[in-house]
Write a protein that binds this ligand. Sequence first.
Ligand code: NAD
Length: 432
Amino acid sequence: MNITVVGTGYVGLVTGACLADVGNTVTCVDTDERKISDLKNGFIPFYEPGLTDIVKKTIASGSLIFTTEFVVGDILFICVGTPGLSNGTVDMDNMWKVIDTIIDVADSPKIIVIKSTVPPGTNASVNSKLRNSGVNHVVVSNPEFLREGSAVQDFFAPDRVVIGTINRVAQLTLKDLYLFTPCKTSILVMSAIDAELTKYASNSFLATKISFINQIADICEGVGGNIKNVQKGMGEDPRIGYDFLTPGLGYGGSCFPKDVDALRNIAGNLAPWAPNILDSVHEINEDRLQSMVNKIKGALKNDIKGKVIVVLGASFKPKTDDIRDSQALKLVDLLLEGGAFVTIHDPRATDNILKRYSNNPKVCVSIDAQEATKGSETLVLATMWSEYNRLSWDHIKVNMKQPIIVDCWNMFNKDDLKQRGFKYYGIGNGAN
Ligand code: NAD
C-alpha cells in the first residue's frame, strides 16, 4: 500500500519504518527540517533499540522516504504530538494543522488514520471538518500502544490492534494492513469513540497500578512491612501480575501524566461524576517526589544545601533517551531548589540532559557512572537502568565522601551494600 505517515517522532518513525519493512511504500512527512535531513542520512534522532537497522534497510530499498513536503498516500497515518496543557486539556494544534493541510492538498477520498492519542470525540470533529471541505475521507481511530524501549518489537507483535471506525471498507483495509501481526494479536474493531477511550483508559489503568503499589509501599513503611515481599505475594497472582507493580518514583514520560490528566479533565466536565480515582492516582504520583526528597534529606541530617548528590538515571524509564516529564529530572530539580549540587549520569540521555541543564552551574553531567560518584555525599538511583547493577561498589565507596545510597526503585541488593559499609535507604521497608 502507498502510505503517508505524518510526524516522525517515537510513534511516527517506528510506524513508518516498520510498515515499509513489511512491504508498503511509505513517505514520512515532518515539519522539522533538521530531523528530516538527519533521517534522510539514516541518522535516528532518538534512541530506540532495533530502529536504526530497519530505517537504513528500508531507505536503501527505496520503500521509505523522508520529506518536509506533504505527500498524499492512499492511507495517511497521523502521528503528531498531542502534548498536555497545564489546565489538563490536550494541545491539539498539531493535529488541526495536519487536517488543514489535508483539506488543502487531498482532493480525492483517503483513509485518514489517527494514531496520536486524542480526546474522545476528536474523530467525529475531524470527520465533520473534512466533510465540510467537500471530500468524503474516512477517519479511523487506531491508537498506538507501543512502549519506548521496545517499540519495534511492540509494533511487529502488538497484544492488540484497535481499529475504530464503522466504515466497512476502512475496517477491511486496516485489517489487511495489519496482516503482518502474529495470529495471537487481537484485531479489535469498534466505534471511533471507543477506540479513543480505550487508549486513555489503558494508560490510566497502568498509572493506577503504579500509584496503587506506591501507596502500599508507603503503608508498608508505616506499619513495619516490606513491600518487596508484598509485591511478590501480589504479583504471583495472575489476576494481578507483576507488570507496573514496581514501587518507586512514580510514572513519568510523555504519555501517562498527560493522558491521566486529560481523562481527569474529561471526566471532571461530566458532572455529577467526579474522577476520584484518577485524581488520587495523580496526587499520589506527585507526592512521590517530595517524599523521596524528604528521604534524601533524612539521610543527610535534614540538610542538602551545598551537598553534592549524584543521580543515576535521567530518562523517564530505562531503555530510552526520552527525558520528557521524567520523574528522575523532577527530583533533580527539587534537589537543586533545596540548594544541592547534582551530578547526573544516564546511559543514553546525556545529550538531552546537557540541553536541559546547559545554563545551570550547579549541575554536572557525567558520561561515566562510577566517576560521577567522586566527592559525592549521596548516590540516588532515579531510573532503573539494569547497567547500574554492574557498578563496582568498592570503587564507588572509595570515591564517595559519604557512603550513602538512596535507591528509589529498590533495585540494588540492600544486604550486599550494607555489608560493604554503605548506609542504604530503599522504599517501602518499615524494618529498614
Ligand atoms: P514526538 O513529539 O516524538 O513526535 C511528534 C512529531 O510530529 C515531531 O517530529 C514533530 O515535528 C511532528 N509534527 C508536529 N506537527 C506536525 C505537522 N503539522 N506536520 C508534520 N509533522 C508534525 O511524539 P510521539 O512521542 O511520537 O507521540 C506522538 C503521539 O503518539 C502523541 O499523541 C502521543 O501521545 C502518542 N503516543 C506516544 C507513545 C510514545 O511512547 N511516545 C506511545 C503511544 C502513543
